[in-house]
Design a protein. Structure first.
Length: 389
């Protein structure tokens, strides 16, 4: 019996010892578990490769290879263009600075930066007239780093457009868009080489269409945009959200010289017409009748007792010119050109310019409250003289 009791006591002692050992170890285990739950491994989400909402990288990727930098060298034979000093309209002549001995150039030469757009596999490049006008040497730098000398194919100062050409293989070509379908509020991208920093893309919207009377060019029909464009962007591309060319960046409105959100581009419809004429003839041929024009204002309409405020008053007639020979006189109001209504002098200039020289055109004029239709043999518009020469 005593032996049995001793065995029982030993068993109880061992069981109590095991219980205390288990009790001592159990809290530590709980702390580790709680700690593990309190600091879980974070799950990091990786963005998918799909196009982010609102991104225009595809449009930029399509257009950028066809936009080039244009470097010109010119001896200082002329004074600066008068608009380059205008505090309101700053033309993009680029960074014109004298050469220096560090780059091995001639100290008497001037360098200029601009942009251009490759429009054909044959090497034709659209740019602004003021980018390449008077240049002794022109070098084109492609987005892929290739360089090539360029030759001027033709200039059109009246629209400030020019065509130059390079001789390289496998050229990227931009797709011409439909500027006629553009609307205020459309998103656009401006691509060029501002201040020579390298190819740059900026975004904005179309702020207005058909801007004219800015006294920049003879023929004006600008697309206005708030996309940031600066010196060196001149001649670069304004593209839509599909990467199609809808305009050639040309000028900005600025009191500081930098972008303030008012830029102007020549519509691609105009650029295409000029380009085709230059490639075919070396220059643009436009109609001309030899008159000076003035818009009809409310004040003029009241003073002349006119019942209308649209049309264009013939303020002067060139002696022995097409209009003079047809019987058009100062004071006549031009109402229609080949059946198309004339709203103002800008419309009149554009309608007459589209007429083929040498052919007759019917023009409706208002004289002393009576309308008359006159046949005018259209002349060829004289090429404007360079005022700096």
């Amino acid at each position: 019996m005593r032996r049995f009791w001793l065995l029982f006591a030993q068993t109880v002692t061992i069981a109590l010892a095991l219980y205390f050992v288990y009790g001592a170890l159990r809290p530590a285990s709980r702390v580790q578990q709680l700690g593990s739950q309190a600091t879980p491994v974070p799950v990091v989400e990786t963005a998918s490769s799909s196009l982010a909402p609102g991104s225009y990288r595809d449009a930029a990727a399509r257009a950028m290879p066809a936009v080039v930098n244009i470097l010109t060298t010119q001896a200082p034979k002329r004074s600066a263009h008068p608009l380059s000093r205008d505090p309101f309209f700053k033309r993009f002549f680029g960074d014109r600075t004298p050469g220096n001995d560090d780059d091995g150039g001639d100290d008497d030469l001037q360098n200029s930066l601009g942009s251009g757009v490759i429009v054909s596999h044959e090497g034709y490049i659209l740019t602004n007239n003021h980018v390449v006008e008077g240049a002794d040497e022109i070098e084109v730098v492609l987005a892929d780093g290739r360089k090539a000398p360029a030759k001027v194919v033709g200039l059109d100062p009246e629209t400030d457009l020019a065509i130059i050409r390079i001789n390289l293989d496998k050229l990227p070509v931009i797709v011409l868009g439909q500027s006629e379908q553009a609307r205020v509020g459309d998103v656009v991208l401006a691509i060029g080489n501002p201040f020579g920093v390298g190819q740059t893309v900026t975004m904005g919207i179309i702020s207005a269409l058909g801007r004219n009377n800015l006294h920049i060019n003879s023929f004006e029909n600008f697309i206005q945009t708030d996309a940031a464009i600066n010196f060196g962007n001149s001649g670069g591309a304004l593209v839509d959200t599909r990467g199609n060319l809808i305009g050639i960046n040309t000028a900005i409105y600025s009191q500081s010289g930098g972008s303030v959100g008012i830029g102007f581009a020549i519509p691609v419809s105009t650029a295409k017409t000029v380009m085709e004429a230059i490639i075919k003839n070396g220059h643009v041929v436009r109609g001309w009748i030899g008159v000076e024009m003035q818009d009809i204002t409310k004040e003029l309409a009241d003073s002349f007792g006119l019942q209308r405020s649209n049309g264009a008053i013939i303020a002067g007639v060139v002696r022995n010119g097409p209009a003079d020979k047809a019987g058009i006189k100062p004071g006549d109001i031009l109402l229609k050109v080949e059946g198309k209504s004339v709203g103002d002098t800008t419309e009149m200039l554009n309608l007459i310019a589209q007429l083929p020289p040498g052919e007759k055109a019917k023009m409706t004029v208002l004289r002393k409250s009576r309308e008359a239709v006159l046949d005018v043999v259209v002349g060829k518009r004289p090429i404007p003289k360079d005022p700096s020469k």
